[in-house]
Design a protein around this ligand. Structure first.
Ligand code: NAD
Length: 504
């Protein structure tokens, strides 16, 4: 059904990815030849295939007959010569250029002259692999995501050498297999990893600099950023060695210091703490899950607001007088805390939605002042920012009070963008720059992040939802603070802001 232009497909290396890719191809009705390095590895590959399809049968997603059909369609061998009749071969051996080049040299020798040869590399240059073969025009990248039978995204990569039609044929095959192909050029990290890893590495740097804790950053990106998991949970799942390897490859191409792996990542990898697969990475996965705190729900505090501006819905009922009774007094916008500070009872927390230090100093009670930032005014998430003058324990007390209001609080230092905006706008800017460069179109960029990384919405859709105005303002603030060149808004974003238009 899916093999209109390919009639027999080879897969070299039947590990995590290769076995999954062989399964996808065989499920699509194609005859497959799977090649491994030796008999033991071949047996492991067979085991992967049997286990994965067996699971589908158990879950009622596949009949036993269909499973047999799939397994029968996969011929297994340790001899590369078995690939002689294939018109497409997909390589999925470990991520080492020397190894991949050796495999492609062998494929070049045994495969038909018109066969297309593809690599499933995540981070190596497809061009580097292509130039070492005698048929560089027929080399493409075909980047499946793990687990291949489940993940819908496949990035299809053509190099400057790839002949017309080869990429389209592979993309058509991928589509016929029920996946979504995204066609792009040969840039380190392609679309999904290039955007994802800049963000993950920035989160690791944030932890390293003491800006916020691991748990607060993870909570911020789930409760505040709307992601299915936080960056440290995700890095542990991917494997910290893989994270390091992908970042190194991207950095080697971009020379962008944002892609230089955060030292903490290298430290964990050197220590053998690779994430879930070794039981420990950023998290200790072997430790029993923390007992759900058996505490009573915190009492609802009395909240007062001062200053002008709309009261965020999440704050519920607030008082505008009777400041002396309030547990938490929030100054909206540029509102001054000075009068409130004079009237507030001892132990009350003073908060500002604006810059913290200036408000703290002007209040006369600087130690009691924190920042109170609701990145989504209608959301139930708040960032509590402590400055150099905030007293010890005051941010924790503010977080308790926020929890009493039904908000999910996280703590961080008083820096531009706090956590959520500081992490999401550079990522969104990278996506806008990618679009600006014509490297990929808006649909491809959004598909890469939703289908490849499990994001609920893609970055271009996010930018249109949040608005170019807000993105540019947030990026200017980040740039002003860090002078990081990559935080300068992509010209395309500036243009859309000025024109008052969305990107799509
Ligand atoms: N694991 C992932 O999440 C993931 C996702 C996308 C892409 N990738 C890429 O896919 C490729 C494979 O990764 P993996 O995780 O499946 O690795 P893996 O280690 O699970 O599997 C590699 C397999 O290749 C076999 N092999 C090694 N040398 C060989 C040779 N000369 N000939 C034939 N077979 C050989 C090994 O025996 C092993 O079974 C890498 O390029 C990786 O970057 C991995």
């Amino acid at each position: 059904m899916s093999g209109d232009s390919f009639s027999k497909v080879g897969v070299v290396g039947l590990g995590t990815m290769g076995a999954g890719i062989a399964e996808v191809l065989a499920r699509g009705g194609l005859p497959v030849v799977g090649v491994e390095i030796d008999e033991a590895a071949l047996e492991r590959g067979r085991g992967h295939l049997e286990k994965s399809t067996g699971r589908a049968v158990k879950r009622g997603r596949l009949t036993a007959d269909a499973q047999r059909g799939i397994l029968d369609r996969v011929e297994l061998s340790t001899d590369f010569a078995a690939l002689g009749e294939c018109d497409l071969v997909i390589e999925a051996v470990p991520e080492r250029l020397d190894l991949k080049r050796a495999v492609f040299a062998e494929l070049d020798r045994v495969c038909r002259a018109d066969a297309v040869l593809a690599t499933n590399t995540s981070s190596l240059s497809v061009t580097d692999i292509a130039v070492a073969t005698g048929r560089p025009t027929k080399i493409v990248g075909v980047h499946f995501f793990n687990p291949a039978p489940v993940m819908k995204l496949v990035e299809v990569i053509g190099t400057v050498l790839t002949e017309d039609g080869a990429v389209d044929r592979v993309a058509a095959l991928v589509k016929g297999l029920g996946k979504t192909p995204v066609v792009i050029g040969d840039r380190a990290g392609f679309v999904a990893n290039r955007l994802l890893f800049g963000y993950l590495n920035q989160a690791a740097g944030m932890l390293e600099s003491g800006h916020a804790t691991r748990d607060d950053i993870d909570t911020a990106m789930t409760a505040g950023g709307g992601l299915p998991m936080g960056p440290f949970t995700l890095m542990d799942l991917i494997g910290l060695d893989t994270c390091l390897e992908v970042l190194e490859a991207i950095h080697a191409e971009t020379r962008d210091r944002r892609h230089a792996p955060a030292p903490v990542l290298r430290e964990l990898v050197t220590a053998g703490l690779l994430g879930r697969k070794t039981g420990r990475g950023f998290y200790d996965h072997a430790a029993p899950a923390a007992e759900a705190a058996g505490r009573d729900a915190p009492a609802r505090p009395v909240v007062a607001v001062v200053g002008e501006g709309a009261v965020p819905a999440a704050l519920g009922e607030v008082v505008r007088d009777g400041l002396g009774d309030a547990d938490l007094i929030i100054a909206l916008g540029e509102g001054s805390l000075a009068d409130a500070a004079a009237a507030a009872k001892p132990g009350a927390v003073l908060a500002t939605t604006g810059p913290v230090v200036a408000a703290a100093v002007a209040s006369g009670r600087p130690a009691d002042v924190v920042g109170f930032h609701l990145p989504e005014a209608d959301g139930a998430f708040v960032e509590i920012a402590a400055s150099v003058v905030t007293g010890e324990g005051v941010a924790d007390r503010a977080a308790e009070l926020a929890a009493g209001l039904g908000l999910t609080p996280v703590r961080c230092r008083d820096r531009a963008g706090h956590i959520v905006d500081a992490l999401r706008f550079p990522y969104l800017n990278d996506a806008a720059a990618m679009l600006d460069a014509g490297y990929a179109d808006a649909d491809s960029i959004d598909a890469a992040m939703t289908l490849g990384c499990g994001y609920p919405t893609g970055p271009i859709a996010d930018l249109d939802r949040l608005g170019a105005d807000r993105a540019v303002a947030a990026l200017h603030a980040l740039y002003a603070e860090t002078r990081e060149p990559a935080y300068a808004p992509a010209p395309l974003l500036e243009e859309h802001r000025t024109a008052g238009r969305t990107l799509r």
